[in-house]
Design a protein around this ligand. Structure first.
Ligand code: G1P
Length: 293
């Protein structure tokens, strides 16, 4: 099978302040903090590209234009590197900008993940699209989004990525009530309900929503009709809950390793994990880690 033409656009909500990484994020978007030598968001963009998506829509805010610059053409830098014979590095830089079309939409007031998706309504238009939370970095083969698109094409309905988490952690996630739907693939579920960050004793399961969604454009009217929660935010989970009234939604446990890089410890672990995958530093890093235990 070739690349999918069904889902072309990937929305990256990236307007947050990155307070967990202050002071590093005073002047640098948290999405630009590198895991080894690549900005966190580039892992998500490369996942989208290798899943066949072609259009990246960044949802940004004031002070975060470094992301747009990062994915822009950089012919001066490429000429400079080629002039010095650094062709491999030049290719690496070229790769960042050549394979995608990147546009940016401002979120304005940060009114939640559902709101971040809503501001992309006219840019996404009337077609299915992906939402990627760049904090969640997957190491998966096929890529996480590709696995989800395969389910989307079989089930013909929105698909969200889920993971089983320990019950003491469910209150940090959206949680689904679901039953297996093996007719659409391994580890696929049909969703019966979704609850955003339930207390442990009210969680319908241990299946937590992680940062990947394949959505259909009818999520936009559903989000328009979704009221703000107690904290004044429009939750994507509540928008999907509304959408569930008019169509089936599906979830899939992605086959791969997920890193939650949105906190300091998870970010450091991801650096070690991906560092150990780099032949040029893996052995030295492993030796160093032994001296620290
Ligand atoms: C968001 C969603 C939540 C989901 C989580 C995954 O929450 O609202 O449903 O489980 O992303 O990372 P946030 O982590 O932005 O508070």
């Amino acid at each position: 099978m070739g690349m999918s033409a069904s889902v072309r656009k990937a929305v990256f909500p990236a307007a947050g302040l990155g307070t967990r990484f202050l002071p590093a994020t005073k002047a640098i978007p948290k999405e630009m903090l590198p895991i080894v030598d690549k900005p966190t968001i580039q892992y998500g963009v490369e996942e989208a590209m290798s899943s066949g998506l072609t259009d990246i829509i960044l949802v940004t805010s004031r002070g975060k234009s470094a992301m747009e610059d990062h994915f822009d053409e950089s012919s001066d830098l490429i000429r400079f590197l080629e002039g010095r014979g650094k062709t491999a590095l030049a290719d690496e830089v070229r790769k960042v900008s050549s394979l995608t079309r990147v546009s940016a939409v401002r979120q304005g007031d940060p009114l939640g993940l559902g709101h971040a998706v809503l501001v992309t309504e006219s840019t996404v238009g009337n077609e299915p699209f992906a939402v990627i939370l760049a904090d969640d970095v997957y190491d998966a083969n096929p890529p996480a989004l590709k696995q989800m698109i395969d389910v989307f094409e079989r089930a013909k309905g929105p698909v969200i990525a889920v993971e089983r988490v320990p019950m003491e952690k469910v209150s940090s996630y959206g949680v689904i009530d679901a039953t297996p739907a093996p007719e659409f693939g391994k580890d696929v579920y049909r969703i019966h309900d979704l609850v955003e960050k339930p207390p442990r004793d009210q969680a319908p399961s241990d299946l937590a929503i992680v940062g990947r969604y394949i959505l259909t454009p009818d999520i936009f009217p559903a989000l328009h009709e979704t009221s703000k929660d107690k904290s004044g935010e429009i939750q994507l989970t509540n928008g999907m809950r509304r959408l569930l009234k008019s169509r089936p939604l599906y979830a899939v446990i992605v086959d791969g390793v997920r890193h939650d890089t949105g906190n300091n410890l998870g970010f450091l672990k991801a650096n070690v994990y991906f560092g150990l995958k780099r032949p040029e530093i893996a052995d030295a890093l492993r030796e160093y880690l032994k001296t620290q235990s």
